[in-house]
Design a protein around this ligand. Structure first.
Ligand code: GH3
Ligand code: MG
Ligand code: MG
Length: 377
């Protein structure tokens, strides 16, 4: 076994990471006594922090309101706004975050320290202060703040993940289910129309086979972006399964829902996925279902109807839209042909004409802000 010289052996860490010194924090120092203020500023700057000196509590609050502050040192007795008052207001202002407040009090003034802690101060330093003790207390507060910030950012991430799909950033199935139930109840109660569309990427397996699963993932993300661009703020778009999406369209009639479906269909067709320099063209099939319509009396029936319309679109070769109107009567606008058919518009599978013009979405369909000026051609 090779002998490693003692000096080359990895040394055990002397300080666990959670106890390491925190440097580079932004600290507000509020003290009307310029000599004390100057001493505090020097000590903290030498310890590697950025310090913002102010002369009273009011100025401290103004600087904190600008953001980016990690810790506040407040003298208790100050003109305009005392340290206690400033602390009380501050703790109300920063209720959802943690901004440590350290009061600087006179050693003999126990009542003032107790009062400070009661109104939410996190620690105190006594005047005249000891430099090492001051730095140790500041450091302890900054470590707690760092842990607190880490926990809240993880919590925010988890909250986001609990309702979002990580790959596409769209809502996930869990959220969709809740929203769909709510939207359905609202539509029932206020007798409002309501539509949903299931969008399925055609032949995704072929993309996976041609360019690997990561290129299939890129196609999924790109289709998700296309759908997002085609809907209003009030519509809900969710990843419904592997390569399926569900679009919930509140207060939307037949014509509106077909217009949205056509817009999505065109957007996907016209925006191939660029993945590492390779271009993947894709198309989608869309099943649309409406409420109220015969046989659709529940959220599940609406989903079943949209799925049935999608299956019909796939059976007919994909790359098209089917609208489920009533059981056994499925319109099939021949959108796939419309690009080159002189814009004659969609037809039903029984051959009768549907007066739905994809080029002129009804005025009630407002596009999202990022879509302004990109109306379908
Ligand atoms: P169709 O036109 O009938 O929809 O064919 P398809 O190949 O798109 O669909 P099918 O339903 O036969 O199979 C779904 C495919 O989607 C197979 C599966 O590997 C792929 N898929 C599902 N989820 C993902 C994903 O997250 N990433 C990638 N890259 N592929 C996925
Ligand atoms: Mg599928
Ligand atoms: Mg598919």
């Amino acid at each position: 076994m090779p002998v490693v010289p003692t000096s080359d052996r990895p040394r055990p860490r002397l300080t666990p990471p959670q106890l390491e010194e925190v440097r580079g924090a932004n600290i507000v120092v509020a003290d009307d006594d310029r000599i004390t203020q100057g001493m505090l500023v020097n000590i903290l700057r030498q310890a590697g922090h950025t310090v913002f000196p102010v002369d009273d509590g009011q100025e401290a609050l103004e600087r904190i309101a600008q953001g980016g502050v990690d810790l506040v040192l407040l003298d208790v007795v100050m003109p305009r706004l005392s340290g206690h008052e400033a602390c009380r207001i501050l703790k109300g202002m920063t209720a959802d975050g943690f901004l440590p407040v350290v009061l600087v009090t006179v050693k003999t003034d126990t009542a003032s320290r107790v009062e400070g802690l009661k109104i939410g101060a996190d620690d105190y330093v006594c005047k005249p202060f000891d430099e090492q003790e001051l730095l140790a207390r500041v450091n302890a507060m900054l470590r707690i703040k760092r842990l607190h910030d880490h926990v809240s950012s993880q919590r925010a991430r988890l909250e986001r993940l609990s309702v979002h799909d990580e790959m596409t950033n769209l809502y996930n199935y869990r959220y969709l289910n809740t929203r769909l139930t709510e939207e359905f109840k609202r539509a029932e109660r206020y007798h409002e129309p309501f539509a949903c569309a299931v969008v399925d990427i055609d032949q995704l397996k072929a993309h996976n086979d041609a360019g690997g699963r990561s290129s299939g993932d890129a196609v999924i993300r790109s289709v998700a972006d296309s759908i997002r661009r085609c809907v209003r703020e009030v519509d809900v778009v969710a990843r419904y399964g592997g390569e399926e999406f569900l679009v919930v369209l509140p207060s939307t009639h037949f014509a509106g829902s077909v217009a949205v479906a056509e817009r999505i269909w065109r957007e996907v067709r016209d925006r191939p996925t660029d993945f590492g320099g390779r271009v993947f063209k894709s198309t989608v099939s869309i099943g649309v279902a409406l409420y109220p319509s015969r046989d659709v009396r529940s959220k599940d029936a609406l989903l079943r109807a949209a799925d049935a319309a999608l299956s019909q679109a796939k059976r007919e070769g994909g790359n098209r839209i089917c609208v489920f109107q009533q059981q056994g009567y499925i319109y099939t606008p021949s959108v796939a042909a419309s690009a080159g058919d002189g814009g004659r518009g969609p037809r039903s599978e029984r051959g009768s004409s549907l007066s739905v013009a994809a080029d002129n979405p009804p005025p009630s369909v407002r596009l999202r802000d990022d879509q302004e000026g990109r109306k379908p051609t």
